[in-house]
Design a protein around this ligand. Structure first.
Ligand SMILES: [Zn+2]
Length: 223
């Protein structure tokens, strides 16, 4: 997890410009506020239309993060995705969903994996979630949170690791990301971070083996 208020600058102003342009073109008076929100993604370079509740990982439950905790984008066209960042929540699944839905939290990950293997998707992969505490890494990565605590070995259940591995395998498959430790990294490995997750009990050898196996089976295809 990671706060980063500095994330909010650039793209918001770009989007504001696009919306302002649409409003000018169509006549401000004719467009209700809701129409503005609906119309901006139809414009060129603003990404594909989104279906409410759609997920990128089959079987994930959609639980929308607050729009303040991510930035709408059109990945991988505007930013290539070449990394998965592994996090541990330092708390419960329920707690992670709660803070990611809170507009004052200033952070969210794309996914949260529960200890029984249940997966919530909170930000679409095309969007830039604020999870790594590093703008460039956020723009190029998908962030996965895992319920639990870095200093508790029992946090890392077989069910959670297996589900997470399928999820990471699917992400690697969708964007052609190599399944190796250069491209599947821990939050602790993000430059500039002061976070230690996923911590000493995250078994990287085992996890990467599970990801490779899931990748070979073709698991985790797009929903
Ligand atoms: Zn983290």
């Amino acid at each position: 997890m990671g706060k980063q208020g500095e994330e909010r600058g650039g793209a918001v102003s770009r989007r504001t410009l696009v919306v302002a342009g649409a409003a000018a073109a169509m006549g401000l008076g004719l467009m209700a506020r809701g129409d503005l929100g609906h119309a901006w993604w139809r414009l060129p370079r603003d990404g594909e239309p989104r279906s409410p509740g759609a997920v990128d990982f089959a079987g994930a439950q959609w639980v929308a993060a607050s729009a303040a905790n991510y930035r709408r984008a059109d990945r991988p066209s505007d930013y290539p995705i070449d990394m998965v960042v592994i996090h541990v929540t330092q708390g419960s699944y329920r707690g992670a969903l709660k803070v990611f839905r809170d507009p004052s939290h200033e952070a969210a990950a794309h996914y949260v994996v529960r200890k029984d293997g249940h997966v919530a998707q909170m930000v679409r992969e095309m969007d830039v979630a604020f999870h790594a505490g590093n703008r460039a890494y956020n723009e190029r990565s998908v962030g996965i949170e895992h319920e639990g605590f870095v200093d508790r070995r029992e946090s890392f259940t077989d069910a959670m690791l297996a589900a997470s591995a399928r999820l990471t395998a699917g992400i690697c498959g969708r964007y052609g990301i190599p399944v190796d430790r250069e491209h599947v990294i821990g939050h602790v490995e993000v430059p500039g971070t002061d976070h230690t997750d996923p911590g000493p009990y995250w078994d990287w050898d085992r996890y990467m083996r599970l990801v490779r196996r899931a990748r070979e089976r073709g698991a985790g295809a797009a929903a």
